[in-house]
Design a binder for this molecule. Structure first.
Ligand code: UDX
Length: 429
């Protein structure tokens, strides 16, 4: 099928590329000419495992193209996906101005029946607004349908998640676009849930909030574990074997971050407020998350006493593994807090150092993870990168002026660390 994706961020670019990979004819639109130039030259503006090869392969095969012209994108396809950012406003609600602008641009270029699919994460009832806007700004009356089709991909696993989705959610106002949506997703062999637009929009916010709740729940349990001498990983393993609970998203940590969970939680709390419901449960999910970071910093301060004139090595800057994304990264937050306490930092991340340079000042960026510990009073693990498990611990033991490791991601085995001579403090163990 001929498909247009407007917006080449994480969601738009991965969606467009995977659609091309399964055989659709895809044009991706972005209003940033620099980005389009990079993509046309076979590069990608983000780090995402497996994506660059797929972009190159499908561009060369003639199934994937890029343009700055929304009009061209609208002309070429019958189904147009909107995947533009929906950033937070200062009060926690969602800035929908990009969606509104794209809706107007689509309307201005529509000359025949189109299906306009919203993929961006939006508050419930946004579909109605998009439909109204398109109707208002169409030059001549044209038939169209608005569909809500939220995306659930995780950064760092985006291609994998998109190619093998758990489910496809399709929210519609009439049956007319259903066949086209099923056709688009047929190659992905996933169950398709067809529902109304409001429910589809709610499914996205409800799912992300639930996952954040799951993390805050296990983080709260980690506090119980620390107070009683239990081990949060053992508890998570035992809980997770109950299929009603499941083991995933039960990794205790120094808190969740990223461009989705914090933003979507605030947005959902705001949406609830607007419809007259005080979503206290989700406010507590946020509180637990902030307290988890505070507890971790306190652990460091309690151990080192005064951070002024102390040198600390930090492993990990991205908000999680497999990405160069530092938006709302707990690791960056941690660095700022440690600096505020007076510590000097040596930092490393396998992919996020370039992006981190813009927000972290007066730190030493270290290319080799094994050299981060050199001359430091302690080492901190802030992101769950798999390669950190291969850290040369014997070398770190020698390089540190004191053999202290704070592990905010539970990467190492406490008994083994003790055997190696470390003072080792992790989360909930
Ligand atoms: C999330 C959702 O998973 C995805 O479905 C949605 O489309 C976008 O938001 P993403 O933000 O890419 O995806 O990352 P995710 O893997 O969900 O991790 C979010 C944060 O939670 C990270 O900071 C991660 O380190 C943290 N996390 C995750 C934990 O602390 N513990 C866990 O068990 C899982």
């Amino acid at each position: 099928m001929k498909l247009t994706i407007i917006g080449t961020g994480y969601v738009g670019l991965v969606t467009g590329t995977c659609f091309a990979e399964v055989g659709h004819q895809v044009v991706c639109v972005d209003n940033d000419p620099a980005k389009i130039k990079v993509l046309q030259a076979g590069g990608i503006p983000i780090f995402e495992p497996g994506l660059e090869e797929l972009v190159r392969k499908n561009t060369q095969a003639g199934r994937l193209s890029f343009t700055v012209s929304t009009a061209e994108g609208v002309r070429q396809s019958d189904v147009i996906f909107i995947a533009v950012p929906t950033p937070p406003l200062p009060d926690g609600s969602v800035d929908l101005s990009f969606i509104e602008k794209v809706a107007r641009e689509i309307a201005a270029s529509m000359a025949s029946y189109k299906v306009i699919v919203d993929k961006s994460t939006v508050p419930v009832k946004t579909g109605d607004q998009v439909a109204e806007t398109i109707k208002r700004y169409c030059k001549t009356p044209v038939d169209f349908d608005v569909v809500s089709n939220p995306e659930f991909l995780r950064e760092g696993f985006a291609v994998e998640d998109l190619m093998r989705p758990d489910r496809i959610v399709v929210g519609v106002r009439s049956q007319r676009p259903v066949q086209a949506m099923k056709e688009i997703y047929k190659p992905f062999n996933a169950p398709v849930i067809v529902t109304d637009i409001n429910s589809a929009e709610l499914i996205k916010h409800a799912s992300n909030s639930f996952l954040a709740l799951k993390i805050s729940y296990i983080n709260a349990i980690s506090v119980m574990c620390e107070a009683t001498g239990a081990n949060v990983q053992e508890v998570a393993a035992g809980m997770g074997m109950d299929v009603r609970i499941g083991r995933r998203f039960l990794d205790a940590s120094l808190g969740f971050g990223g461009s989705c969970f914090p933003k979507d939680l605030s947005a959902f709390i705001k949406i609830a407020e607007q419809v007259g419901y005080d979503f206290k449960l989700l406010k507590e999910v946020q509180n637990i998350n902030s307290r988890q970071m505070e507890r971790f910093v306190k652990k460091i301060v309690d151990t080192l006493w005064v951070l002024k004139e102390k040198k600390i090595g930090v492993l990990g800057l991205a908000f999680k593994q497999n990405t160069d994304d530092i938006r709302s990264s707990p690791a960056i937050d941690l660095c700022h807090r440690l600096q505020k306490e007076g510590a000097t930092l040596r930092v490393h991340d396998p992919k996020a150092m370039d992006k981190a340079r813009a927000v972290l000042k007066e730190v030493t960026f270290v290319e080799d993870m094994n050299e981060v510990a050199d001359g430091c009073d302690a080492l901190v693990v802030a992101t769950e990168w798999g390669e950190f498990k291969k850290l040369d611990l014997a070398r770190a033991r020698q390089a540190l002026s004191h053999p202290i490791i704070f592990d905010g991601r539970n990467l190492f085995d406490p008994a083994e660390m003790k055997r190696l001579g470390f003072i080792y403090k992790s989360i909930g163990r």
